[in-house]
Design a protein around this ligand. Structure first.
Ligand code: NDP
Length: 276
């Protein structure tokens, strides 16, 4: 199957991820994998798309479970000799009314949105083939939460030379400071989801830089994006976009033609670059 192109979307049994799979099934020339941490929910989502005349394939993936990520890595290596499109969509948030203590919310949200996404990238980015596309679903909240950090933190997050290790340490520090109730005095906002998405946007900037160095000339493009405010279980029924509309920007980035070399390493919303 080494000649067959392949796309993988994380957290795609519902919401934006499912809509991204739907659009890729229609527009991507190759196999499209709907993935879910719960195989039953994944298979049900596959059936939903089958009923629309679409044929996604399924693979289990829990982005918080390194064994699960590595099983997908082995499968892709063996069956396709790599990966053409990766959409890191899986993410979580707490409802505004949720009374879970901030320290726990910080730990749980960062675990999935930042550390889980990073683990998927660490295992799957080496498989990305020439002209591959990687889309990290971040959020506009990364941009709007950044100015709520201390000037020192803002400077580090905006730095063009910050390393992945430094970013990981900063994200660990936020979780630790939240656990000790000292995050505000140490310059962090009381918005764990926003901090987790700062992590995803900055990680994307770092990964793009790394690709420019290590995979120079291979035409790979990697970006972060915001899908907009989308009617899903996460954002609720009052959001302005349908899931299919929310999928438009991630799919645009996943299908950037081989003739272009930008956007690259940027945060994109409504197909436009957001300032960082
Ligand atoms: P949903 O809650 O509707 O869907 C989230 C998906 O992620 C579900 O399939 C969920 O699986 C999956 N997921 C959660 N944790 C894991 C995990 N550990 N491993 C694998 N899959 C997991 O959210 P949305 O569709 O709204 O959000 C999709 C992405 O878009 C997220 O990254 C979110 O932060 C981002 N976003 C959403 C916005 C919106 O307005 N909706 C706005 C900006 C960004 P399960 O069903 O098992 O829970």
């Amino acid at each position: 199957m080494a000649g067959v192109r392949v796309a993988v979307v994380t957290g795609s049994n519902k919401g934006v991820g499912l809509a991204v799979v739907r659009a890729l099934c229609r527009q991507f020339q190759g196999d499209v994998y709907l993935t879910a941490r719960n195989p039953q929910l994944g298979e049900e989502a596959v059936k939903t798309l089958n009923n629309e005349g679409l044929c996604p394939l399924f693979h289990q993936l829990d982005i918080n479970d390194l064994k699960s990520i590595r099983a997908l890595q082995d499968f892709l290596k063996e069956k396709y000799g790599g990966l053409d499109v990766l959409v890191n969509n899986a993410g979580i948030a707490f409802k505004a009314a949720d009374t879970t203590p901030f320290a726990i919310q910080a730990e749980v949200i960062l675990k999935t949105n930042f550390f889980g996404t990073r683990n998927v990238c660490n295992e799957l980015l080496p498989l990305i083939k020439p002209n591959g596309r990687v889309v990290n679903v971040s959020s506009i909240f990364s941009q709007t939460t950044l100015p709520k950090c201390s000037p020192e933190l803002q400077e580090r997050f905006r730095s063009a030379t910050i390393t992945e290790d430094e970013l990981v340490k900063l994200m660990e520090t936020f979780v630790k400071d939240a656990g000790n109730g000292v995050h505000e005095e140490n310059g962090w906002p009381s918005f764990a989801y926003g901090v987790s998405k700062i992590g995803v946007t900055v990680l994307s900037r770092i990964q793009a830089r790394q690709l420019k160095e290590s995979r120079k000339g291979e035409g790979i493009l990697l970006n972060a994006c915001c899908p907009g405010w989308v009617r899903t279980d996460m954002a609720g029924p009052n959001a302005t976009k349908s899931p299919d509309e929310g999928a438009e920007t991630p799919v645009y980035l996943a299908l950037l033609p081989t003739s272009v070399d930008s956007p690259f390493g940027l945060l994109i919303s409504d197909k436009k670059v957001l300032a960082w």
